[in-house]
Design a protein around this ligand. Sequence first.
Ligand code: KG4
Ligand code: ZN
Length: 339
Amino acid sequence: MRVLGIESSCDETGVALYDTSLGLLSHAIHSQVDMHQAYGGVVPELASRDHIRRLVPLLRHVLVTANANLESLDAIAYTAGPGLAGALLVGASFAAALAFARGIPALPVHHLEGHLLSPLLARDPPQFPFVALLVSGGHTQLMRVAAVGDYTLLGESLDDAAGEAFDKTAKLLGLGYPGGPALAQLATSGRLGCSQLPRPMLHSGDLDFSFSGLKTAVLTLVRNTELSESMRADLAAEFQEAVSDVLVGKSLAALRQCGLHRLVVAGGVGANRRLRERLDQEATKLGVRVFYPDLEFCTDNGAMIAYCGARRLMAGAMASDQGIFAVRPRWPLQELLAP
Ligand code: KG4
Ligand code: ZN
């Protein structure tokens, strides 16, 4: 079975072709970072309009590089939520129209489930069950994943997600959008231990997170001190370390609670080098294996949507009625039904 995946939930347009026998045949991403940079963040209307411009050329590119054509598609999976309403509608209507024209099913996919299953695209994928640390721009969650569609929420952020905290703190440090990679870059020249930052909820006894206090602590330091370039770098390094400490501590606690030894890290913040380093250090000590998606599949992409759609279709998921589509800008992962 060949499934086309369409991702358009935020500021990346992604298209990919996944074959259930041959694996990922081709994928292409267009990032809108350059366009939104001037505004310091994503402008939803501009995002929607750009998705419209990009989808057809990306689809053409994917089909050509996979040496495939529209006739060879068996289904189309698209991100139906969560995300920006207008941006989601572009991908959903594109997928529904193409599926209708070809007489094949269109399958709505949950964006976070796409992230959650993205490490399964790797050459050496994890076996079920595993604990997943989902760290994206809008979500920080720990899940027990028993199978496709069988997810138990263990803990989540009570306020800002880790990615959001990176983005907001980057702004406080005078860095541009997207903040996470920029802050991580600045942190490479910073020294640890030069400033004191809290590790929020690290010892709370549960698996929930809170990152807004950490951002406020940085705000207080920035307001009260004239920061030199090297002090900004030190602060960036300490912030990254504080977030990593909390994510590592809670992930290990989740593994202990579930009695599991496999951890999967997914979502944009999972691209953070220091977080990976710290997780690998601690995991080795405890005999835990950590699985990451390839770097290009950490942030938003069409491959994870095509893959997720294919897994769901193989498990018997129902596609939407021909030509009918809906998006869910807010869609808790726990509401996702098993296929
Ligand atoms: O998963 P993602 O691409 O989009 C969402 O679904 O939200 O995650 C985007 C988030 C942003 O907050 C971005 O700043 C963060 O991931 N991010 C990073 C890094 N790369 C992306 N945060 C820290 N370090 C990075 N290297
Ligand atoms: Zn995402």
